[in-house]
Design a protein around this ligand. Structure first.
Ligand SMILES: [Zn+2]
Length: 140
């Protein structure tokens, strides 16, 4: 379940397009295994658009499989969180926990962090090493 949750977040990371395809494939595999057919289905629809022609048939087959399961998700909590913000889950890039209302954002790469003992305002972003973290008080 935890692996599926982490995998559900993967497609949202800022990486090169060819890596995004890999992230999406991992997300589909883990979420299918965890019985999250709605989440896998959404990722598959993006993959259908991005995948090279020789993989499109396989992607369509997997979409049909999710359709047979009526795009149901076993992880209802994750489903709720994904619905809340159009499928974009805000999560802490350090702990992979859901982002809290009061959090820190990197103005350079838009990485998000929950405040903690080790992450504070004005710290250098540990993801891009360029931005200085700014405090935000809203999830939107
Ligand atoms: Zn950054």
């Amino acid at each position: 379940m935890e692996i599926a949750r982490c995998a559900a977040l993967l497609p949202q990371t800022s990486v090169a397009e060819r890596h995004r395809i890999v992230c999406r494939n991992v997300s589909v595999k883990r979420n299918t295994e965890a019985g999250n057919y709605g989440i896998a289905g959404n990722v598959l629809k993006e993959l259908e658009r991005l995948a090279p022609p020789q993989f499109k048939e396989d992607v369509r087959k997997k979409i049909s499989m999710c359709e047979e399961k009526e795009f149901q998700n076993a992880d209802k909590e994750l489903e709720e969180i994904m619905k809340r913000d159009n499928g974009i889950v805000k999560f802490c890039w350090k702990t992979l926990e859901w982002i809290e209302e009061s959090h820190l954002e990197c103005p350079y790469c838009n990485a998000l962090f929950n405040e903690s003992d080790t992450v504070d305002e004005d710290d250098k972003c540990s993801y891009c090493l360029c931005g200085e973290l700014v405090k935000k008080n809203s999830i939107q």
